[in-house]
Write a protein that binds this ligand. Structure first.
Ligand code: AMP
Length: 284
């Protein structure tokens, strides 16, 4: 596996692969790999001739009071795991390489980012779309793989690709979970033992919503109230949002008619966790 820090170098390497007729897949990440990340890489591997990952803790998607400095990092461990999965190229740029002095161009979306995490993390999605657009221009992949755990991120990137006519297939993969149901996240490492137990509130509340739906409940307010009650019955939890919405527009719904997204963000102690599920589809 090649480890490349410089943009010019990886652009040349990717261009050579494309000219040789290879299909390229990109998996953008912020590192500190868990099985969820590795699963995205495996899917990329199955669907492309060459897999490129990026490991970059992107400062522009963190708010001033968020955890950019504290975000867990383990470059050596990550590179070993990626190599083991069969990744061909790891792109590991510095902040200066990605944002040299005088950098001033951004990519931002309209309405899609005025929902869910966009409301509690102003500027977050502009940071995400700008860095992902840069990574797409750097690697020029044929496909890019993202996780549905960050459902809004996947929706926003899919829309950016469509609106800006980027010739890239965006692939969304189901959330990978710990055996007890907790969605894998690099931020789980922040949780104390007691908080780790309380963090199960997220999946439990989604399962409750799913059960209500299966029994015929279609009223969004009643489902939301039950989800909130379940979360708050666990100690150390504080709800950022619980939303019952359309999975494409992310607009709130009052009645569940078609496929519906239940998305939540919960603070467990100081750690902000997100999770979601789709109701009314095969991929609950
Ligand atoms: P991150 O490093 O947290 O920015 O995540 C990099 C990619 O991995 C994103 O596309 C995430 O949606 C995806 N991802 C993170 N956690 C999971 C998970 N538990 N299951 C599947 N994909 C995940």
């Amino acid at each position: 596996m090649d480890v490349i820090e410089k943009i010019e170098q990886i652009q040349r390497r990717c261009e050579d692969l494309r000219l040789a007729g290879k299909i390229l897949a990109l998996v953008p990440t912020m590192g500190f790999f868990h099985e969820g990340h590795l699963e995205l890489m495996r899917v990329a591997k199955r669907n492309a001739d060459a897999v490129i990952i990026s490991i970059f803790v992107n400062p522009t998607q963190f708010g001033p009071s968020e955890d950019f400095a504290a975000y867990p990092r383990d470059m050596e461990g990550d590179l070993a795991k990626a190599k083991n999965v069969g990744v061909d190229i790891a792109f590991t740029p510095s902040v200066k390489e990605m944002y040299p002095e005088g950098f001033q161009t951004t990519v931002s979306l309209g309405n899609l980012t005025n929902h869910l995490c966009g409301l509690s993390r102003p500027g977050h999605f502009q940071g995400v779309t700008t860095v992902v657009a840069k990574l797409f221009n750097i690697a020029k992949p044929h496909l890019a793989v993202f996780g549905q755990k960050d459902f809004q991120q996947l929706t926003v990137i899919t829309k950016m690709v469509k609106d800006l006519n980027m010739d890239i297939q965006v692939v969304g993969m189901p959330t990978y979970r710990e055996p007890d149901g907790l969605a894998m996240s690099s931020r789980n490492t922040y949780l104390s033992g007691a908080e780790r137990k309380s963090a199960l509130a997220l999946k439990k509340s989604l399962d409750l919503a799913s059960g209500m739906y299966d029994r015929g409940e279609r009223d969004a307010a009643r489902i939301k109230a039950a989800v909130e009650e379940t979360i708050l019955s666990h100690p150390h939890t504080e709800i950022d949002y619980v939303t019952v919405c359309d999975p494409v527009t992310l607009e709130d719904v009052e009645t569940l008619t078609g496929e519906t997204l239940i998305a939540l963000a919960v603070r467990v102690g100081k750690t902000r966790l997100i999770d979601n599920c789709l109701l009314g589809s095969d991929s609950k």
